[in-house]
Design a protein around this ligand. Structure first.
Ligand code: 5GP
Length: 210
């Protein structure tokens, strides 16, 4: 037996941050480089962007489908963001965590607060841009949203930042330094993976005849 391989349970890692904070890009880099991390695919009623695929970026549901799943209690958390619903299916989380694997979710703050109650041992990371000006510039440069949408997202961004106290860690994403932000997230995950309560202590005691 190799100690360290056997975990009590998988780790739930939540990344939030305002639209334009860079959290999606950070998550994308982690997705490409972290083989030991599973990534939660959310459900949404938002229409897919041109480069997005159903079942890869999101599960794209109609309003009716989403409502049915809410009523059936299928969501671990859900929230309204802009004019659309977003949510994490319980099945997505349970399948991964119960097999001892870690899962990373990129979700907005209302959903994160709901998950904090369900998973008090989870790790909650907030990504923040270095300034209001930088946030606005990033949203405009994306050119995927209408002016109305950008204004709405800026307002939501302010309210999201006001929830920062609900998180354990803050990672600043400075302009053109995304790798630094990614590295900080990696370090946080690495530290939390070493927590004593993640390991099955009786197996360590047995191995060393304690
Ligand atoms: P976007 O439309 O830009 O893909 O996402 C809008 C917001 O919804 C982002 O803040 C994103 O993190 C959040 N989001 C994505 N999936 C979920 C989810 O499953 N639950 C919640 N609560 N928020 C989500």
């Amino acid at each position: 037996m190799v100690l360290g391989m056997i975990k009590e349970h998988g780790l739930l890692i939540v990344i939030s941050g305002p639209s334009g904070s860079g959290k999606t890009s950070i998550t994308k880099i982690l997705r490409e480089t972290e083989a030991n991390l599973n990534f939660s695919i959310s459900a949404t009623t938002r229409p897919p962007r041109p480069d997005e695929l159903d079942g890869v970026d999101y599960y794209f549901f109609s309003e009716v489908e989403f409502q049915h799943k809410i009523e059936a209690g299928e969501f671990a958390e859900w929230a309204v963001y802009g004019s659309h619903h977003y949510g994490t299916l319980k099945k997505t989380l349970n399948d991964t965590l119960q097999s001892g694997k870690d899962i990373l979710l990129e979700i907005e703050v209302q959903g994160a607060i709901q998950l904090r109650k369900l998973y008090p041992d989870g790790i909650f990371i907030f990504i923040i841009p270095p300034s209001q000006a930088s946030l606005e510039a990033r949203l405009r440069n994306r050119r995927t949203e209408s002016e109305d949408d950008i204004r709405r997202r800026l307002l939501i961004a302010k309210s999201e930042i006001s929830y920062i106290n609900n998180y354990d860690y803050i990672v600043f994403n400075y302009d053109n330094q995304i790798e630094k932000a990614v590295e900080n997230v990696r370090c946080i995950i690495a530290a939390v993976r070493c927590r004593v309560n993640r390991y099955i202590l009786r197996q360590i005691q047995k191995e060393f005849n304690l």
